[in-house]
Design a protein around this ligand. Sequence first.
Ligand code: ZN
Length: 386
Amino acid sequence: MKGRIKFFPIVNFITGSPGILRNGGIWRWIKVEIIKKRIPNIMMQALHFVDFNVTSNIFNKWFEGRTLKDWIREVDKNYTPKFFVDSGGFKHLHNKEYDLSDYNIKPTQEDIFMLQLRYGADFVASLDYPIPPNLNYKEARKRMELSIKNCLKLMELVYDKYSNCNVFPYLVVHGRNGYEAKYYTQNLFKNLEEYGYLDKPFGIAIGSLVPIKNHYELLFEIICSIKNVIEQYKKVNVHVFGISGYIIPFLIYLGIDSFDSNTYVQAAQNLRYIMEENYQKNFYAIDEKDLERCGCEYCLYLLNGGIENAKKILKSRGYLRHEFNGERINKSKIYSCIAMHNLEVQIRLINKLNGMKSKEEFLNWLINYSKGRYSGLKLISKLSDN
Ligand SMILES: [Zn+2]
């Protein structure tokens, strides 16, 4: 298992005007810590900047003659993270026409690829058209065909048109059930074979899972049908988009190689403090003992500043500054501490799984992990079917 599983926390770097550490509220502090800890793998959402106050003017300033990675190197020249940049396809899930014309970006595979290169991407995902749960079959099929077309286009961009770009492509597949996922993946591989791309390096990334992230059995069915098709062709890395939490060890056991998530931040924004083995607790119910038990640098910071003091600050207005642990902070600093603690707990779990010596050891751990959770026990029985 050693080092096999890669976890890509989602980080938003472009939160306003350049440079890296200037803005972003909670993100400002998270960026500081991510760089300080030199987190090796980062997931970047290609269109994250549209959610912040980033005009076309500001956008252009970021990319005048340098990549986002260059900006990060200015903060720490020894930090060389791997960037996985998605396509922003999920933004089309509900808004059919996402307007990017202000930024001079058309929602085409080539334009998105050029944007991914501007970030300094190491891994790029193809532009996909996710399938909303209630979409009729005819429309769903149309979207799958468009997504497959983009997979081929991405292979052409990476291996023909920009053959010295040095990025690794991930081709996105999805389906709302095992049948659709199998149909999609089979079609994709047939096309790759036909166009002569099957022998080129690529990975498979599974999308559209976020709306069903709590339907564990459906998740299982979809991932298994995709893996079964892949295995008929060749060994490729499989990434799962946007899923984390309790189910992750099961997916890893199934053979996924990497995943990404922003749960650490989302949970923190909802004041959820992640405990060992993916239990979450309301931050207001956390006491000194919890912080001591974890012992990460963020928990120690909260411990030193006083947990009750931290809770009081959280209830104050965002712009107010308070004395905490010898510095003047506002409440976004406390939020970022919870987020970074959450990230720390997730990384610890991955390190633990990566440190296991055999599949047997992993299975024994998994059985223990499932104890007392109905959904866990059901997954264990599903594992033995596969
Ligand atoms: Zn902690």
